[in-house]
Design a protein. Structure first.
Length: 352
């Protein structure tokens, strides 16, 4: 199976990775490959990667999908391997979670392609890490390592949660977020524009009993707004375990947990049934790379998850060529609004 460039660089240095190895945010099949020569565990924040490694034969005893590692499965690792995340604050979070799990004298390895910002991230490998330096550069990537030679601060999850009161499109509620979640710590402009349009929309008369899906829920801002606006139960979907946890925390902070159903899914793979409304600010990045395939697969599949007359609302950067994809799926679309570099699209499932 094809590995990305950072994994190929890790593969060149596989002789270093002996004993118990924890991948803190794997991006492809490399943990499975390495498991032939070491005792490998993988903490996946991506459901896509978790499902991939499961299909390859890695079991529940060595895999975990969640917002932090399940240390009942294993701890005291010899090595922790981290792929440079898009958000630098997420790197700090990954280090905070994993350093207490690393043995004294064990190593943290940080790898990423040159465009990911990995070079400047070396300075984030601080105490209790010592002997920090570059191991190798190849395939337009860099690999750094640091050795644990001191005590790590115990990890306390709640210290990493940001909470704030959000006013948006006529609704006020508490939002919660975690490093690595889209729009961490603030409301995204595109999402705010989408909710302003939804505030003007005439929902079906019994909308409180409708099925609503928030695709790519992030910190839960769309889901929470929809629940407050309509009174309906909400299904919130994301590939990211961190996003799903943030949405869970957002609903709990607003005493609305009973109204929320979380769906961990690679695109629409794990979605069942049809919805009256699907609302999305779809992602177009995979890690640090632009990846339109997520949205493309969504538009292809969403038709199978809308009821007759079911409605789709999409906000997107105005340079993304989504209209032909929407039309190919649902026949036609409306452009509801365009401002600040964003466009709001609306389409409906019609009988053919």
């Amino acid at each position: 199976m094809t590995l990305n460039s950072p994994s190929l660089l890790l593969e060149r240095n596989a002789s270093h990775f002996t004993g118990k190895v924890l991948f803190a945010n794997p991006e492809d099949a490399y943990p499975h490959n390495l498991s032939k020569d070491a005792t490998v565990y993988a903490w996946c924040q991506s459901r896509t990667v978790f499902d991939l490694l499961t299909r390859l034969g890695m079991g529940e005893d060595v895999l975990h999908f969640g917002h932090q590692w399940d240390d009942t499965k294993a701890n005291e690792f010899d090595h922790v391997i981290i792929y440079q995340p898009k958000a630098k604050e997420l790197l700090d979070y990954l280090l905070a979670v994993t350093l207490p799990l690393l043995k004294q004298g064990g190593c943290v390895w940080l790898v990423g392609d040159n465009k990911s910002g990995v070079k400047s991230s070396m300075k984030r490998l601080v105490a209790p890490l010592e002997e920090v330096g570059k191991v190798e550069s190849a395939k337009h990537c860099l690999l750094f390592s640091g050795r644990k030679l001191g005590e790590a601060t115990p990890f306390v999850f709640d210290k990493w949660v940001k909470r704030w009161d959000q006013d948006v499109a006529g609704q006020t509620f508490t939002l919660c977020s975690i490093p690595g979640v889209f729009g961490h710590g603030k409301a995204d402009k595109g999402t705010a524009l989408l909710l302003e349009q939804l505030s003007q929309h005439r929902f079906m008369s019994d909308v409180a009993n409708a099925r609503l899906l928030d695709f790519g829920c992030g910190d839960g801002i769309i889901s929470m707004w929809l629940h407050q606006k309509t009174g309906a139960n909400i299904s919130a979907l994301d590939d990211s375990a961190l996003a799903l946890k943030a949405t869970e925390l957002t609903f709990a902070a607003n005493d609305a947990s009973a109204a929320l159903t979380l769906i961990a899914s690679n695109g629409l793979d794990n979605v069942k049934g049809r919805f009256n409304y699907v609302i999305t600010n779809p992602p177009f990045h995979s890690g640090v790379h632009t990846d339109y395939s997520i949205a493309e697969r969504f538009f292809i599949g969403v038709k199978q998850h809308l009821t007759l007359n079911g409605e789709l609302f999409v906000v997107a950067n105005d340079f993304l060529r989504y209209p032909p994809l929407i039309d190919a799926s649902l026949g036609k679309h409306q452009k509801l609004h365009k401002a600040q570099g964003f466009v709001i699209y609306h389409a409906r499932q019609i009988k053919k």
